[in-house]
Design a binder for this molecule. Structure first.
Ligand SMILES: O=C[C@H](O)COP(=O)(O)O
Length: 252
């Protein structure tokens, strides 16, 4: 089963996520105006943890981080202390896999010393060529060497281009294979729309991360998350999962 991760920008939207709790799996706290994986305030993470049903894990992004292992480890500890149990780190400022491993090792230690069952997610960017950070296909190895639990891709620049514009489905499939071979979960995001769900299901993605597609007007900044759009997105995920299970050719 593919897990659906939805990213509200604050407590109000998290309450809308709570209304759609039956249709989502993970509530991912972020601050989109601080970047693709912008970090929100610790008190917002705490309030959101209190606002969503206890059986729904809360995730928090630690930011589009620089190559500063100490700074990032401390921020990650802040996220887990505040109640998040998925800790996502965007390796924006890491230009080599070695730098990524160094940052993620520090994060894994900071997070797991405090809460061993929390999951650490090393995120890269499908459009890494635009910002000069670690190559998408290097991410699973970076995550595995650091002892993280998941490798993820998102897009760094939210300009209407999407995951598959930068990393086509067959390369995303290789990303998933590498993550699974290393014993990791594979998470994919980046202006994903319903029409991408067929390919994302076929390649065995474990977690799909979404914001824009479940916001009013498809607008991740001006629009607000709508419970009915979350439900519709989930219905399409389930439809794709059923078709995949019985081996039917999908329309997309
Ligand atoms: O982690 C998922 C992101 O929030 C994706 O946001 P987006 O669908 O607007 O690109």
């Amino acid at each position: 089963m593919v897990l659906l991760l939805i990213s509200p920008d604050g407590v109000e939207e998290a309450l809308d996520c709570a209304k759609a709790a039956d249709h989502l799996d993970i509530v991912d706290v972020k601050k989109p105006d601080e970047g693709s994986l912008g970090a929100n305030f610790p008190w917002v993470i705490r309030e959101i943890r209190a606002a969503v049903p206890a059986d729904k894990p809360v995730s928090a992004t630690v930011g589009d981080v620089p190559y500063k292992p100490g700074t990032v480890a401390q921020a990650a500890l802040g996220a887990v202390v505040s109640g998040a149990t998925y800790i996502k780190v965007g390796l924006y400022g890491c230009t080599t896999p070695e730098q990524g491993v160094e940052v993620m090792r520090a994060v894994v230690r900071a997070v797991k010393d405090h809460r061993p069952d929390a999951l650490v997610v090393a995120s890269g960017y499908a459009d890494s060529h635009r910002i000069g950070c670690v190559n998408p296909l290097a991410l699973p190895d970076v995550a595995a060497r650091a002892g993280a639990d998941a490798a993820m891709l998102d897009t760094a620049v939210k300009d209407g281009t999407r995951l598959f514009d930068h990393v086509p489905p067959d390369v995303c499939g290789e990303f998933v294979r590498r993550a699974h071979a290393a014993g990791l979960l594979a998470a994919l995001a980046g202006s994903v729309r319903q029409e991408d769900l067929g390919a994302l299901t076929r390649i065995g993605t474990d977690i799909v991360g979404v914001r824009g597609a479940v916001c009013e007007g498809g607008d991740r900044t001006a629009g607000r998350i709508r419970p009915d759009l979350v439900a519709a997105f989930r219905a399409e995920m389930d439809r794709q999962a059923r078709e995949h299970a019985v081996g039917l050719p999908s329309a997309n």
